[in-house]
Ligand binder design. Structure first.
Ligand SMILES: O=C(CO)[C@H](O)[C@H](O)COP(=O)(O)O
Length: 176
């Protein structure tokens, strides 16, 4: 897989992440503090990695900062990117199976060597289960399409919004 990796800090866990991904056979492109001359702030670096996914230059992203919070927020601002901040293997598996996450956000503060390997094992072993949570995933896609100006998903979608972006699966108007 082609993986875009970002970090706002050139810390050992971030380097270890890149090495581990390459050992697993992935092609890695780095952003932020891991790349000479790149901007290293967490919002920009995570957004750059997320954009690589949105533009099709990468299949997935792994975005890092000290807590993982800022990196996940920035990545999730890029339409089409579903970033999940995962503190353990259970969260990583769930993010793939239920949420079809395409970006893994990690906290550099908490990553020991063993934990990183467990999270990556779980992340790459799992894929979205088509028959579970499909409605939720459709609503996330709908949110991407409509932005924040339309009624919340689950509320009655107006004709205007339904026409512009498609009616969200399971919305009140669809169930009516
Ligand atoms: O975890 C983070 C954001 O969620 C950052 O890594 C943390 O805030 C440190 O950034 P800086 O050194 O620029 O203050």
């Amino acid at each position: 897989m082609r993986i875009a990796v970002s970090s706002d800090m050139d810390e050992p866990p971030a380097r270890q992440l890149v090495d581990d991904l390459r050992r697993r056979g992935h092609t890695v492109e780095v952003f932020g503090a891991l790349r000479d001359g790149d901007r290293a702030d967490w919002a920009w670096s995570a957004e750059a990695a997320a954009r690589a996914v949105a533009h099709g230059a990468a299949d997935q992203a792994v975005v890092c900062c000290w807590t993982g919070a800022g990196a996940s927020m920035a990545a999730n601002k890029v339409p089409g990117v579903r970033a999940a901040l995962c503190a353990d293997a259970y969260a990583a598996r769930g993010a793939r199976v239920w949420s079809d996450a395409n970006a893994l956000a990690l906290s550099l503060r908490t990553l020991s060597g063993g934990l990183l390997a467990e999270i990556l094992d779980a992340w790459f072993a799992a894929g979205a289960e088509q028959d579970r949570d499909a409605e939720d995933r459709a609503n996330i896609a709908h949110l991407d399409a409509i932005g924040s100006t339309a009624p919340a998903t689950g509320q009655t979608a107006t004709t205007e919004h339904a026409t512009a972006a498609g009616t969200p699966a399971g919305s009140a108007s669809e169930r009516a």
